[in-house]
Design a protein around this ligand. Structure first.
Ligand code: AQP
Length: 331
């Protein structure tokens, strides 16, 4: 709680071009909190370097992720928009929380297991302790609510455990955050392997729809999406490809699953996939236009980053002085 408002915090890694999974699972929901909550939305660049990044790409994507936040409706006057590495308290609290997070807990994180398989040549300590840094991101701002996709649920539960452990040892220090996981779009799946999550770092470009893809590319990717041989538009666990496309269509049109089944009753997958592609491309068109406008004014993006970091640092300092005192560091 800050002043009399509850606090929302969330972040996205500038580790690739953002996908409609990032959009529907996270960013699209951010702006609904702007009026009633004190909101902190962060570009989590420290997290991104747990996987090797090309420096110039990381820098460009950091600007792009901030611009996308704004293009998706986050007004910089109503939300604190900033870059994680601009507020050193994240790394500082991250280290401290490393010391209150157990090896066994971190070993159970499925994202660590997945990413260490995917990046077998670079299983670094940061990849392993990533959840303690994420806990620091959230706990620094006395966060009440964290809007994320379902893949982050396990990290969020660990954040709560670490906060409770710390509070138990030293008395009330951190607010205990809750997740806000959208029921309809909590996990958008890959278009080519619909039993795996759609991820921005997927090497198969056809598996992923990026927020900034052109209309033609979006339609082409949906046309190629893996479905099944039954040729009926029906939502069912044994039809992961079709169910995923229905989820995406529902998110962009607001239609119910029953309406969608009726709409495509007796029609082939070709027509259905084209409709999904068009709805998605049309839904994203305003975001793409606004993004282009924002990216043309880098100085403005830099002033937003700077003001956001100043504001975030102010709140972070309040938590850090409490934490330092409780741990026993000399002031
Ligand atoms: N497919 C998805 N469906 C719903 N939500 C998703 N999110 C990610 N993918 C999906 C949500 O987007 C937010 C930001 O994610 P992140 O950048 O912190 O990293 P991530 O979860 O690891 O996302 P990616 O796209 O899979 O990135 P890479 O490939 O770099 O690992 C989070 O709220 C996440 O839940």
């Amino acid at each position: 709680m800050i002043q009399d408002k509850k606090v929302v915090f969330s972040g996205v890694q500038p580790s690739g071009n953002l996908t409609i999974g990032n959009y529907l699972g996270a960013i699209k929901n951010f702006s609904r909190f702007s009026d009633e909550y004190k909101t902190f939305y962060c570009v989590v660049d420290l997290h991104a370097i747990t996987v090797r990044q090309v420096p110039a790409d990381l820098r460009r994507r950091t600007y792009e992720t901030l611009a996308l936040y704004m293009a998706c409706g986050l007004d910089e006057k109503k939300n604190t928009l900033f870059v994680q590495s601009h507020v050193p308290a994240h790394a500082e609290l991250g280290w401290m929380l490393d010391c209150y997070t157990m090896f066994g807990e971190l070993s159970r994180m499925t994202q660590f297991k997945d990413k260490s398989q995917k990046h077998a040549e670079n299983i670094n300590a940061g990849l392993f302790t990533y959840p303690a840094l994420m806990a620091a991101d959230i706990l620094l701002y006395q966060t009440d609510l964290v809007p994320v996709g379902i893949d982050q649920k396990q990290h969020l539960e660990l954040t709560r455990d670490v906060a409770m452990r710390f509070n138990q040892a030293y008395g009330d220090t951190f607010a205990i955050p809750e997740g806000y996981i959208p029921t309809d779009t909590m996990k958008i799946m890959s278009l080519t392997e619909p039993t795996s999550k759609m991820s921005k770092s997927d090497e198969n470009q056809n598996a992923v729809v990026y927020i900034l893809d052109s209309k033609d590319d979006i339609i082409r990717k949906f046309k190629k999406a893996v479905t099944d041989s039954e040729a009926s538009v029906r939502y069912a666990p044994e039809k992961p490809g079709v169910s995923n496309l229905m989820t995406i269509y529902r998110a962009f049109t607001g239609k119910s699953l029953e309406d969608i089944e009726r709409e495509f009753d007796g029609k082939g997958y070709g027509e259905f996939k084209l409709a999904v592609g068009e709805a998605c491309a049309d839904g994203l068109a305003p975001v793409r236009d606004e993004f282009a406008r924002l990216m043309a004014d880098k100085a403005h993006l830099e002033s937003v980053m700077k003001a956001g970091a100043d504001e975030a640092a102010y709140y972070a300092r309040r938590t850090m002085s409490k934490v330092r005192r409780k741990i026993g560091f000399v002031n």
